[in-house]
Design a protein around this ligand. Sequence first.
Ligand code: P53
Length: 479
Amino acid sequence: MKFPKGFLIGGATSAPQIEGAYNKDGKSLTVADLKYFEDIKNRKDIKETKITNSKKIKFAFENESNLFFPKRVGIDFYNNYKEDIKLIYEMGMNAFRLSISWSRIIPNVDDNKVCKKGIDFYKNVFEECKKYNIEPIVTISHFDLPYKIVKKYGGWKNKKVIDLYIDYASVVLNEFKDYVKYWIPFNEINATIFSTWVSAGIIVDKEENLLESCYQALHNQFVANAKIIKIAKKINEKFKLGCMLAQFTCYSLDCKPENVLYNLKDQQIKVYFYYDLMVKGVYPKYMLKYFKDNNINLDIELDELELIRDNKIDYISFSYYMSGVNSLTENSKVEANLVKMGKNPYLTESEWGWQIDPIGLRITLNDLWDRYNLPLFVAENGIGINDKLENDFTIIDDNRIEYLKLHLNELKNSIQDGVNVFGYTTWTPIDVISSGSNEMSKRYGLIYVDQDDYGNGSKKRYKKNSYFWFKKFIDDSLY
Ligand code: P53
């Protein structure tokens, strides 16, 4: 089966995980730059590396010269983007999802001074995409809040950050309007609840009522999202703006009605709420009840609700890596970045404990299409593997090929089911620094980067077996 005409297929990345050059050409420090590498013995137990508390931030500043900060180095895309985009093009990809770093565009955040070098860098990147007819899909904020926002305003829970984001995002929309049509204002907006540091600049041990602060930060992002949609449509009514969620599809452990209900409620809070709000433009009643039950009192203004109601998204995008299981009693859980998911006896797991479920992608796509009737875009899908570079410079990543083959097959099945999916970008076209565990060893790329967890290595790029497989898949699947 071929994809519909115009289908976008490519790879997804984010600025803090690829760029490096963290203090070059005017860029200021971000929350991502403060995560240092912590060696871990047991891959499935990475809890310690994930949570950023005030102790860790203090430690990072005090021991700066002795620690290694992987995201400061990235894979040096900042200097290597020409070669990397060419390799992406040669794989047959016609789409590239990337994010823009706020701290390159307005480094001082509230002085509104736009950094020309930052603008130039992204223009050069977009010129390369244009040269190869690659459609860029641009995330405006992907886990790299400028640190100044944390220090001065306490992160996204402060409403002042809405204005700062609008200033920044407006610059981005205007400067790159001739290159970009597809925009994602926030990466995995639900990560504000489970990954508060990178997503919202909230420090877990600094909040009196952590959950309340997180939902306030989230509300402020919803307002910013609505505002930026309004502004974007004035710049170009053809712009398409989408939401982006970490899609945690979960099943009930069994058919016991109590468990089925529990699963439904869990899916409402963790997943549907976000889509419901950004697609329908109102806070769902079940969420208001959840706030009440959990002692969450939010500062929500009437004019903000009007903005949210009047400025809705054009498409839905999400990351899909795994699925989970819910039940009231089941306590065997698998650990997958800050989220604990119930174990599914029918599925296998990746080295990092993420449960592999290709059919779950088809279930998810069908469900979201039926529920919202908005075009869908799979913004991330892939598998972390500790790949090895062989002596002859090949990389045998058959498990990745299998993972991608099965998921892409279910994507095609969904399209045949009648679901409107307009694109798919795999995480990632090229190895990057992992977000959750902050390491190089958790590789997702179809292109290998010769670099270890401490930044050592030639940084040379090598094509993995999956690169050649993907190229053929694209050749066979596009018109
Ligand atoms: P890493 C949680 C669960 C699933 C995906 O993740 C998630 C998260 C948040 O950490 O994040 C997305 O690198 C995210 C990417 C990230 C990718 O998934 O932790 O948008 O930045 O790299 C994979 O294995």
